[in-house]
Design a protein around this ligand. Sequence first.
Ligand SMILES: [Zn+2]
Length: 150
Amino acid sequence: MSQSDAGFIAALDEAKKGYDEGGVPIGACLVAADGKILGRGHNLRIQKGSATLHAEMSALENAGRLPASAYEGATMYTTLSPCDMCTGACILYKVKRVILGENTTFLGGEEHLQRKGIEVVNVKSAECEALMAKFIKERPGDWNEDIGEQ
Ligand SMILES: [Zn+2]
């Protein structure tokens, strides 16, 4: 479980893609117990005018409709600590662990995940943090909107 995991590399790649599209630079990747990537995606709120397409939701959506067994032992990689909505989705589908890039920019539902028996690992990625800092400096209003703040 580190920054060299294929799932983490994919999530970071998605975050950069989001930045290049003019969106909030957060990426995610859902990896099955056997290591297969089920779905990956990035935050699309700005690109799609969406209320719900955070990175983790995009990854789940791109993985498509799956039986509960597909999430068993799965890992959700995300470049930023998951918000309450994405925390809820991880709990709903009972992923085994959440590996996040950083929680300095934003601290989400990590304690809630742990209380529900989901393992949480922070890989403390300087790259994830720098990408968010750059975006927030450039577009503070868009960031506040993303986390439901005025
Ligand atoms: Zn979220």
